[in-house]
Ligand binder design. Structure first.
Ligand SMILES: *Cc1c(COP(=O)(O)O)cnc(C)c1O
Length: 375
């Protein structure tokens, strides 16, 4: 056993895809596996998703999409972040679908297509109100015209029309309906220019798949929900099952006298003779320093608050007079079945979202996989 590991339950991922497919009611599911499958392992997560009925993969970076292709996946793979100076030749050669939200990007895609002799499948992205990626509505007609010209030249196909929500996780937010209206208008324009005929329309991230039926269109793009974490915790868990359990083995256990200052800056001082346990994970591994003296873990039969500062590679727990020995298992977070904290509790305690908790689990922590069929 390694000092620490992230146990990933692929059955949970498969179960979650099932939940999402039910909500998608017939729309295709693109499994978003960017950022190493939200920290769960990109290739293993992708495989579990496809086996459970997802039909496509989504990545942020072109390099992630190419890595998926090189791992042997033959389904359509979309990448949506394209940066200046980055070569798109490998993407073209590997048949990666690319997002274009500007004529500049479309032209770069076309150049890669000409150089490699491949026709590149493009998803045109419209910014319907997040002011992040995508063409603003004012620039959309020009993007459609350029796409039509490049398609006529045979260098691209337009296989997708898409957008992304700003506030899908805030039920009833007025921007949701406004974005959907804007998207419908953008799709109508594409249809009028004959650009949308072979394109699938897609809009929904996890929160939208689960709560905004109108946003399903032809395909949905869930990320966080795949990994079993609720995109809208106030509304519950939607029947999703957290896939990751982060565990570590106590590296050292020792008795210390009352008044012992623990870890940097002595933020914690023992008030009695007690047993301390050293846990070999720190902020370099994704145990954020903000959890110092407040985050909880499960050890020696119950919850323990982290004692003092979280360091780069380690932190300390105080288990009082309970038995604790080097080698004992500490559960940092998991589904909560054994009384351990959840990633959601960590996120709440840090004022963040679970996306940040799981994606930050560092590369020193091996991912260990378990699969016992779909439950
Ligand atoms: C990350 C991402 C998703 C998935 O979002 P979740 O909130 O994790 O479901 C979908 N679409 C785009 C464009 C993304 O960047």
């Amino acid at each position: 056993m390694t000092p620490a590991e992230a146990r990933v339950d692929l059955s949970a991922i498969a179960h979650n895809i099932g939940v999402l497919r039910e909500h998608a009611s017939g729309a295709e599911v693109m499994a978003v596996v960017k950022a190493d499958g939200y920290g769960h392992g990109m290739v293993q997560s992708a495989r579990a998703c496809l086996e459970a009925g997802a039909t496509r993969l989504g990545a942020a970076l072109v390099s992630e999409a190419v890595a998926l292709r090189e791992a042997g996946f033959t389904v359509p793979i979309l990448a949506w972040i394209i940066t200046p100076g980055e070569s798109l030749d490998a993407a073209a050669e590997h048949g990666i679908e690319l997002s274009a939200g500007s004529t500049v990007i479309l032209d770069r895609i076309a150049d890669a297509a000409r150089r490699t002799g491949r026709t590149v499948r493009v998803h045109l992205k419209v910014d319907t109100g997040i002011s992040r990626g995508g063409a603003p509505l004012a620039a959309w007609p020009e993007l459609l015209d350029r796409a039509a010209a490049l398609r006529a030249e045979g260098v691209i196909e337009v296989t997708g029309l898409w957008s992304h929500f700003a506030c899908a996780d805030i039920p009833g937010h007025p921007s949701i309906a406004a974005q959907l209206d804007a998207f419908d208008e953008a799709v109508t324009q594409a249809d009028k220019k004959g650009v949308g005929a072979d394109a699938i329309r897609h809009f929904a991230n996890s929160a939208a798949v689960l709560t905004i039926p109108r946003a399903r269109y032809d395909m949905v793009r869930p990320g966080i929900a795949i990994y079993g974490l609720s995109p809208i915790p106030e509304l519950g868990d939607f029947g999703l099952r957290p896939a990751m359990t982060l565990v570590a083995r106590v590296a050292l256990a020792k008795r210390v006298p009352p008044g012992s200052g623990v870890s940097y800056a002595h933020l914690y001082v023992t008030d009695r003779e007690t047993t301390l346990g050293l846990v070999p994970l720190g902020y370099a591994d994704g145990v954020m320093r903000g959890l110092s003296n407040r985050g909880e873990v499960f050890a020696a039969g119950r919850r323990r608050r982290i004692a003092g500062r979280v360091c780069m590679d380690q932190f300390v727990i105080d288990v009082g007079d309970d038995p604790l020995a080097a080698g004992d298992e500490v559960i940092l977070f998991g589904p909560g079945d054994h009384g351990e904290p959840t990633a959601q509790e960590w996120a709440d305690s840090l004022g963040t979202i679970t996306h940040e908790i799981v994606t930050r689990i560092g590369s020193r922590v091996p991912r260990v996989y378990r699969y016992d069929g779909v439950r």
